[in-house]
Design a protein around this ligand. Structure first.
Ligand SMILES: [Zn+2]
Length: 351
């Protein structure tokens, strides 16, 4: 109960429109799943009860142990993580939830117009010069989506809920105060088919797996509006990379069907180096949907060395190449910093 986060929530009951069993709910929840027969009911406004037509679940394949194993394997891979993180991660908690998403099947098509900045050489001999000019450009692109909209009010109630949306940041490396991260180690979510593997809703094997069903709160029409708005946003962002200046961008979103789908997720909290980090594992596909992780010493040394080494090399070459010995020595000094940093880091033995 603590997870609903509101002290004002009032417990109510209504009878399942399919089997008649009582369904308990908290005021504010509007998509209810009967724990007896598994049918779903949508409360669309006051006293108006609608049975949801398309209601399915992606069946979990990973139990708690398998999810933890998946997370540990993931933590032991990749060059940015500390060596041995998979084994060293201190398991703090595991929570399993079956979360309601409205999956809005849609087709989005965008046409855009803009201008590209170009340069050309004009004249000849003494009059030869480079001039800039603008060239008009336009184009179209389109994409199919199974766009997920979390079917509850508070997208922040559990960690990682939004990370299923295509283009959302989903990997969070913890560089601590290290300055030379260059944005490495983060990633955005792919446009994956979230309806793959869906089956008609049934609670078989769910309740005893430790996964808890979470009821939805927002109705279909609102989810479709949200999906449209976010797809348009995503296409605007994509279009902005197509030309130097975008003057016109028009996206049409056609909703082809919307389903309430329950996705099973394991949230794993682990400790490392005095901090807590989280990993979200899709219990059906076994994919790591989102994760936070510490960055290891090796990656920091490499980034630091690349930065000072390359900078030092350039400065040294420029200095000695033009007979400015002082500048050349400064370049060598920068390379020296990289070498000293590496030696100190390796000698300190901290991962
Ligand atoms: Zn029922």
């Amino acid at each position: 109960m603590a997870e609903t986060g509101t002290a004002l929530a009032e417990n109510k009951t209504l009878n399942c429109s399919n089997c008649g069993a009582p369904i308990g709910y908290v005021e504010g929840e509007s998509v209810l799943t009967c724990e007896h027969c598994g049918s779903a009911t949508m409360l669309a406004g006051f006293d108006q009860i609608v049975t949801i037509q398309s209601h399915s679940i992606i069946r979990p394949k990973l139990d708690e142990n398998a999810a933890v194993k998946t997370a540990r394997t993931w933590l032991s891979e990749g060059r940015l993580k500390p060596a041995g993180l998979g084994d060293a991660a201190d398991l703090k908690s595991v929570s399993g939830r079956v979360l309601p998403y409205w999956i809005v099947k849609s087709f989005a098509s965008t046409s855009w117009r803009g201008m590209n900045r170009r340069s050309r050489t004009v004249g000849s001999g003494q009059q030869r010069r480079t001039e800039e000019y603008w060239e008009p450009a336009d184009g179209r692109f389109s994409e199919n989506y199974t766009w997920p909209v979390y079917a509850r009010e508070d997208e922040a109630e559990y960690w990682g809920l939004k990370f299923l949306e295509p283009g959302q940041k989903c990997l969070f490396p913890d560089w601590r105060k290290f300055f030379f991260s260059f944005g490495m180690g983060s990633k955005t979510s792919p446009n994956a088919n979230l309806l793959e593997g869906k089956t008609p809703f049934s609670l078989d094997g769910i309740t005893d797996s430790g996964l808890r069903i979470v009821n939805g709160q927002i109705v279909q029409a609102r989810a479709e509006e949200t999906a449209k708005a976010r797809i348009i946003q995503a296409h605007d962002a994509k279009a902005s990379g197509k030309a130097t200046k975008i003057t016109d961008c028009d996206t049409t979103v056609t909703v082809q069907g919307t389903e309430l789908v329950y996705l099973p997720m394991w949230e794993i909290v682990y400790g490392y180096g005095g901090r807590d980090y989280r990993v979200l594992v899709n219990a059906a596909s076994g994919a790591v949907v989102a994760a936070e992780y510490p960055v290891g010493k090796g990656a920091k040394v490499l980034n630091f060395d690349l930065f000072f080494g390359i900078l030092g090399g350039i400065v040294a070459a420029a200095g000695f190449g033009t007979n400015h010995t002082g500048v050349g020595l400064a370049g060598l000094g920068l390379i020296g910093i990289a070498v000293v940093y590496t030696i100190i880091s390796l000698a300190s033995g901290r991962k």
